[in-house]
Design a protein around this ligand. Sequence first.
Ligand SMILES: Cc1cc2nc3c(=O)[nH]c(=O)nc-3n(C[C@H](O)[C@H](O)[C@H](O)COP(=O)(O)OP(=O)(O)OC[C@H]3O[C@@H](n4cnc5c(N)ncnc54)[C@H](O)[C@@H]3O)c2cc1C
Length: 410
Amino acid sequence: MTRVRTAIVVGGGIAGQVAAVALQRAGIRPTVWEAYARDADGVGAFLGLGLNGVDALRTVDMDAPVLARGIATPRMVMTNGHGKILADVPNGGTLPDGTHPLTIRRADLYAALREDAERRGIVTHYGKRLTDVRHTGRGVQARFADGSTAEADVLVGADGIRSTVRRLLDPAAPDASYVGFLNTGGYARGVDVPGPPGMNHFCFGRRAFFGWIMASDGEVWWFANLPAPREPDPEKLAAVPAELWRARLLDLFADDRIPAVDLIRATENVFAGWTTYDLPSVPTWHDGRTVIIGDAAHAVSPSAGQGAALAIEDAVVLARCLRDLADAPAALTRYEQLRRDRVEKVRAQGRRNGSGKTVGPVGRAIRDLVLPIVMRRLFRDGRDPLRWMWDHHIDWDAPVTAPAATAVTR
Ligand SMILES: Cc1cc2nc3c(=O)[nH]c(=O)nc-3n(C[C@H](O)[C@H](O)[C@H](O)COP(=O)(O)OP(=O)(O)OC[C@H]3O[C@@H](n4cnc5c(N)ncnc54)[C@H](O)[C@@H]3O)c2cc1C
């Protein structure tokens, strides 16, 4: 049994950079290996970082640069296409010091985490696409598409929803599964939208779903989910010109009494659309030396608003396990035990959230009638049915105990 001293982290996204910092804090020397060039983030979409994600970042002292770049998001309002309010509820509470959940551009989140890791002396090698992993007896060897290799005691696969590491661990592992709608969005200026900055607005429009939030400088960030029961070819979809997207969106939201049409018109660059996926349950998360975290292990539908937060939680929990347990197999087994039930529950929640976005006229009528009553009940007297999701706290200092002996994979 030898304690883990070094780690190869494959993927320099959210899970990868947080894992690297958390591992360093745990006394392990990480290096990050990322397939793309350093500044491949682009402008792109934005995401919600749930309170549990902010809290997990705080356990490894990575929250401040992230909070500085996002929009504090304390509440959310749901309406139908007539503008009728179906729910007006907290967006997951606050941390003890009053910190709220966050909305942040993906590129800003990536950059904040990457710069933070760099500041701590963690090296990311760019242009390194992992193709294979071999056990060496003492540890693992990673092989990259350019022919180079790297060795360490363990390898952490933080390589996203299309993970190569997942496939290497188990060639029969499931692939991403299409969840039935398309995404697009943009950033608009000069439109007077109702409500204060930081209020998340979600609208079940007559023909598609629309969301928006205003930043403190008045810019409005918006997204749209368009029902598309059959999965389109992602490459053909990416080739659809932005002006066609704009025309389609203007048509889809023409009858809704929300600011969608004004926002779409006021947007210089409507994002090229993209398809949405989650990942069916992945049976194998590790083989005793190699482990997957984040979207590689359990991508949840964007409708959960939890993919980034879960990736951060995984990274922190994995580092604690590798810090406290005597050897890699025991640590990776314990990591899976601590994470699997929670991520499965969040994945199911994401599917439920997404299903309400694409109902027909009868479903809409029932939803508009029932949802306000249900939401009032669920949130009565300050209660919140999703507390189990938002309030999850990881105690960095608490020692991790060994897993049940039978479950250790070697
Ligand atoms: C449109 C959209 C909206 C979303 N909205 C939300 C939201 O509101 N809230 C939320 O929490 N989450 C949201 N998510 C999900 C969130 O972005 C992901 O869950 C999160 O990025 C997962 O982080 P990750 O580090 O596991 O994967 P990623 O961020 O995808 O990072 C994986 C990294 O691995 C690299 N990589 C891949 N293959 C290799 C290889 N073979 N070798 C080396 N490197 C490799 C990739 O280039 C990438 O940098 C959304 C996602 C999308 C697409």
